[in-house]
Design a protein. Structure first.
Length: 869
């Protein structure tokens, strides 16, 4: 099919810059002539089997280009609702080199973040890395606003993010930007305004493109194993079956993990799946892919978490990824739940787990149980611990000096105090001031809270460079005034007792921060158990010493030095443990963000991220991964799964999903027909690859699970004991109509279309609102928690219901009553007590559109625990 057949010909001129997008941003290995040749972009059906890895990867290239084009076309067709921000200024970058490397830094206007009511979108927009934007002098209300004869728009790609606290964002443009001149005398030649209009984000597609063009040296082991499958000869590795591992310690750990799984609360099908996957860790002779088939409610996430728990115990370096942040967060939280209560020494062991990604999109602030494993938090903590003076090394040496020679330290202090007085008190010991500030902060906050607050502070968006300069100057003046005020007072040196207490409290807080931070965030391979026990002992002794120093008011000098006193014995005991730690616990000396980030990713055991973000693990020096687990694998385009499957050292892959539920979303009809949205999981199932079926469902009342089980799963799924008990049969409304399964015929309904050509039915909207109102009243009356989900296959209906409900009900599942309204696609993986399905359709031929898609119908009908309406 011709690449441009789906274009509206009347708009074709508006998409000419797309040629530049291909060449400059997405597919730099292409040349312009090859792009202009329309025949080059025929999108054919993606085959089921392949003869080579090269042919396999190339089969996705044309569909990827077409899908990118379709996404851009779709967004530009609704340009009136696009996110926009106003640009204050444009500067040329140092590497600016026409005609190809047109790099600039744009400065955003602050008012952009308080988007005015005149904004067409009404939403704030801050360009992010990978965003494709259009630069134009107006906020576009229609497609014609982008391509006016005199002021045609310019395409640009955001190439970075703000990292200096300013509004400057690096971009690469397809044409010269007239706005870039900074000569104030020529200011009248500039356009009055300049806007950045969001078109699409290319990050994931660029990562896929790189994975489809790996060059020499890529890891093709897993990909070669899935080019074709013969289920009749699909056997376990014969070498593994007949040989023993050379590493007896590993064999013992694997054996213990298997025994733990056998005695766990998993059902038989879950145990079989986990045990088979654990066996992969002992196979070094071939590369294999395992499939775990998890229909709705069968404990798929629980199974993955149990597997990961076992892999953590045997220190098998594993990547767990999924198509979406929601899925990644879900499986990480489940693992943390499994770990809860099993860690023998506080948070020691969490350093072997790391979750990374965009914290704002992941909404990390809402998941306190993930703070200790989120990468940005870890980097913030380790930055403090690795600091040369106020970090571990400086603190431990400072405490050793104080405890070993308190008198010498006091004499040195007196000498410095005298010297400072002779200089008029004008010298400012910056490190001391920094330590004092840290001490005060640590006294007020826990270290975890401090880390989170530090990250939030770094992400503040409303501080310009000028304001920061003023703030620094103001703070400097304030400090100067404080110092001046202090110098006016009587400058009397501390007594020995005061010195010891203040010094101990200051260094002690830093030291306790570092000890806790290090055993929480460093991998266990860097902290042997003997070292850990000493760290915990030091924490205990520091706290006891602090208490004793508070109590001992007089005779502190004698109490510290007299070995017959408990204070002196504690001092010597703590000193011995600190010296041991200073010799045995070595921490890195680097403090740069990217160095600590690489260190964490290279040395951790379990890594969690999206499949797209796993591209960040394709770096030189990365320690090899052994396994990859892909959750929601049936929702991941096969071409996107090629990103994690090519990671260095990878030996085996485990795909967990359900091809009977929704596949990946594909915008282009051409690509959909070609099978571009098909997952590797589904293709392997089609070829007859063996799969572990999780065959017990624990979510739905039997009357709800009956139809999906028979229709979509051939009756292979059994109901768990919990759902067959009488207590699981709940009635939330008194009317007989509302049992476990209810059908309501809305006879006066009418199908309508919104401005995006999506259907809605306002009569159904009113009925849904009325049912929710009744459920709410009953919930409040009975004081029972009720979670309601409302599903519709049409976005317009979702918007209409949300508009009518407004903020009447909470969306927080922890509240006594909550309501969540989403599309079918948005509800995949979710579950609620009550599900209301608004089908929307109302026509003479009885067509209920979404039922034509078995996968969409399956998802909609399997989200409820107790009631479907």
């Amino acid at each position: 099919m011709n690449l441009y057949n789906s274009f509206n010909l009347s708009l074709a001129l508006h998409y000419v810059p797309f040629i530049y997008i291909y060449v400059l941003y997405i597919f730099p290995s292409f040349c312009i002539p090859s792009i202009i040749q329309i025949d080059h972009f025929h999108v054919g059906r993606i085959e089921d089997t392949f003869t080579s890895a090269d042919g396999y990867l190339k089969s996705f290239i044309n569909p990827l280009i077409e899908e990118t084009r379709a996404d851009l076309h779709s967004n530009m067709s609704t340009i009136y609702s696009a996110l926009t921000c106003e640009i204050f200024d444009v500067k040329i970058c140092k590497d600016f080199e026409p005609p190809k490397n047109l790099t600039y830094k744009i400065s955003l206007k602050k008012s952009t973040y308080k988007q005015s009511s005149s904004s067409s979108s009404g939403n704030t927009y801050e360009p992010e890395y990978g965003d494709l934007i259009a630069l134009t002098d107006v906020r576009p209300k229609c497609i014609d606003d982008l391509n006016r004869p005199k002021t045609s728009y310019i395409v640009a790609l955001v190439q970075g993010i703000k990292n200096d606290g300013s509004w400057k964002i690096p971009i690469r443009a397809s044409k010269l930007i007239a706005f870039e001149k900074s000569d104030k005398k020529k200011r009248e030649t500039r356009p009055d305004t300049l806007f950045a209009v969001y078109l699409t984000n290319l990050t994931t597609n660029r990562r896929i493109w790189n994975a489809l063009n790996p060059g020499d040296g890529g890891n093709m082991n897993i990909i070669n194993s899935v080019l074709t499958i013969n289920p009749f000869i699909e056997e376990k590795c014969s070498l593994c079956s007949s040989s023993n591992s050379n590493d007896m310690e590993i064999r013992i750990k694997v054996s213990n993990s298997k025994e733990a799984i056998k005695s766990s609360e998993l059902d038989d099908s879950q145990k079989a799946a986990v045990l088979d996957c654990i066996a992969l860790t002992e196979c070094w002779h071939q590369n294999s892919v395992k499939l775990i088939w998890g229909p709705p409610g069968t404990g798929k996430t629980k199974t993955i978490a149990s597997l990961l728990f076992a892999l953590l115990r045997i220190k098998c370096r594993t990547l767990t990824c999924a198509p979406t942040n929601v899925a990644v967060i879900g499986v990480t939280k489940r693992l943390m739940s499994c770990l809860s209560g099993t860690l023998e020494h506080d948070t020691y062991g969490l350093g072997d787990i790391v979750l990374f990604g965009n914290g704002e999109r992941m909404k990390i602030d809402e998941h306190e149980d993930l703070y200790d494993v989120f990468l940005d938090n870890r980097i913030a903590a380790l930055t403090q611990c690795f600091a040369p003076l106020s970090g571990w090394n400086g603190s431990v040496q400072g405490m050793i000096s104080l405890l070993e020679h308190p008198k010498d330290q006091y004499r040195r202090y007196l000498g410095q105090h005298k010297e400072k007085n002779e200089d008029g008190g004008e010298k400012n010991d910056k490190e001391k001031e920094k330590n004092e500030n840290l001490k005060e902060t640590l006294e007020e906050k826990s270290w975890k809270k401090l880390i989170i607050d530090t990250i939030k502070e770094n992400k503040k968006k409303n501080v310009s460079s000028q304001e920061r300069g003023k703030s620094k100057k103001k703070n400097a003046n304030n400090n100067k005034n404080k110092n001046s005020d202090a110098s006016d007072k009587v400058n009397v040196p501390w007594t020995f007792e005061e010195f010891v207490r203040k010094k101990f409290f200051g260094i002690g807080k830093q030291l306790m921060f570092c000890i806790t931070g290090l055993y929480t965030h460093l991998p266990t391979s860097m902290i042997p158990l003997e070292v850990l026990k000493n760290m915990i002992q030091v924490l205990d002794l520091l706290q006891k010493l602090e208490t004793s120093l508070h109590i001992t008011k007089e005779g502190l000098r004698q109490a510290l030095m007299n070995q017959s006193t408990s204070l002196c014995r504690m001092r010597l005991q703590c000193l011995k443990a600190l010296k041991f730690l200073s010799e045995t616990l070595g921490v890195p000396t680097f403090t740069e963000y990217h160095e600590i980030k690489s260190f964490c990713l290279e040395n951790t055991c379990l890594i969690f991220c999206t499949a797209s973000s796993s591209a960040k693990l394709h770096t030189d020096g990365m320690n090899p991964l052994e396994l990859v687990i892909i959750d929601e694998a049936a929702q991941l385009k096969e071409c996107e799964s090629s990103i994690p499957l090519q990671l260095f050292g990878l030996r085996h892959a485990i795909l967990v999903g359900d091809e009977k539920q929704l596949p990946a979303m594909v915008i282009s009809k051409v690509c959909e027909k070609a099978g571009f949205g098909r997952s590797l999981f589904e293709r392997l199932v089609i070829l007859g690859h063996n799969k572990h079926l999780l065959n017990v469902q624990y979510r739905m009342h039997p009357s709800i699970s009956l139809f999906p089980n028979r229709k979509f799963y051939g009756g292979q799924i059994r109901d768990g004991r919990n759902v067959t008990q009488r207590a699981y049969e709940k009635r939330f409304l008194e009317e007989k109509l509302f049992g476990s399964y209810s059908f309501i015929n809305v006879t006066n309904g009418k199908e309508e279309f919104d401005n995006k050509h999506s259907r809605k039915n306002m009569a159904e909207v009113s009925v849904v609102a009325e049912i929710i109102s009744k459920l709410y009243k009953e919930s409040i009356k009975s004081k029972k928690n009720v979670r309601v989900g409302c599903i519709s296959p049409y976005k317009a209906q979702v918007c209409a219901i949300n508009d009518l409900l407004g903020k009447t009900y909470s969306t927080d599942a922890n509240d006594i009553f909550s309501v969540n309204v989403r599309s079918v696609d948005g509800f995949q993986g979710g579950e609620e007590d009550v599900i209301i399905i608004s089908t929307v359709r109302c026509n003479g031929n009885g067509s209920v559109g979404f039922l034509d898609n078995r996968q969409r119908a399956n998802v909609a009908l399997t989200r409820a625990r107790y009631v479907v309406i």
